[in-house]
Design a protein around this ligand. Structure first.
Ligand SMILES: Cc1cc2nc3c(=O)[nH]c(=O)nc-3n(C[C@H](O)[C@H](O)[C@H](O)COP(=O)(O)O)c2cc1C
Length: 191
């Protein structure tokens, strides 16, 4: 069974991107994937600094997060848009887990050969779409196959009901299409 990791690039308690990641995880579970949802709040780490790394090594939380990525066939990121890009939290986490910490560790074990799907939720009209462009490019450059389909949910503070479901049928269809393609591609590439 394909193993997929779901996370948001926000640690905020009421994060609308966490809601999207949780919903996507539920859909993938129903599509027979083995699903893990994580909250980056539980993987706090300092801002990357080469001197810190030389003195202290890679932080334990970065090692744990890297292992989780390595143990899964793919990952879904619901990425909040900060000034047309990804959040510092997401970029910093991805930067740390791109660092090898064991002798003879293969490069980029968290990323190479993995499949990713992207989503975003924002209160604005574009649904955080612009922030997915640099994220897609970065992941592609470090060996991740990012599937073409993605989901951007506009008017994000109104988009989810009390049960965390999306109210708009079109958005539900887009999310399902993205998740189905994600599960299918990750299943095929993990064989
Ligand atoms: C520093 C910062 C920059 C932001 N820039 C954008 C932006 O470029 N486009 C946008 O649609 N929303 C922007 N927002 C609003 C976020 O989309 C909004 O805070 C959203 O709730 C963040 O996601 P979360 O709820 O998952 O934490 C920005 C918010 C912050 C704090």
């Amino acid at each position: 069974m394909v193993k997929l990791l779901f996370l948001a690039g926000s640690s905020r308690k009421e994060s609308i991107n966490k809601k999207l990641a949780i919903l996507a995880a539920d859909m993938a579970r129903k599509a027979d994937a083995q699903v893990t949802y994580i909250d980056l709040k539980n993987f706090e780490m300092p801002i990357y600094d080469g001197d810190f790394e030389q003195e202290n090594g890679v932080p334990d939380n970065a090692k744990k997060l890297k292992q989780l990525f390595a143990d899964h066939d793919g990952f879904f990121i619901a990425s909040p848009e900060y000034n047309s890009s990804m959040s510092a939290l997401l970029k910093n986490s991805l930067d740390w887990i791109s660092r090898p910490h064991e002798e003879n560790e293969a490069p980029l074990i968290a990323f190479r050969g993995k499949v990713a799907a992207l989503g975003a939720v924002s209160p604005g009209g574009l649904g955080g779409l612009r922030g997915l462009v640099p994220l897609r490019m970065m992941l592609g450059n470090i060996g991740v196959t990012v599937i073409p389909s993605q989901i951007a949910v506009s008017s994000g503070f109104q988009a989810f009901d009390e049960d965390g479901q999306l109210g708009d049928d079109n958005q539900v269809r887009m999310l399902k299409a993205t998740v189905d393609e994600f599960v299918k591609t990750a299943s095929q590439l993990s064989q």
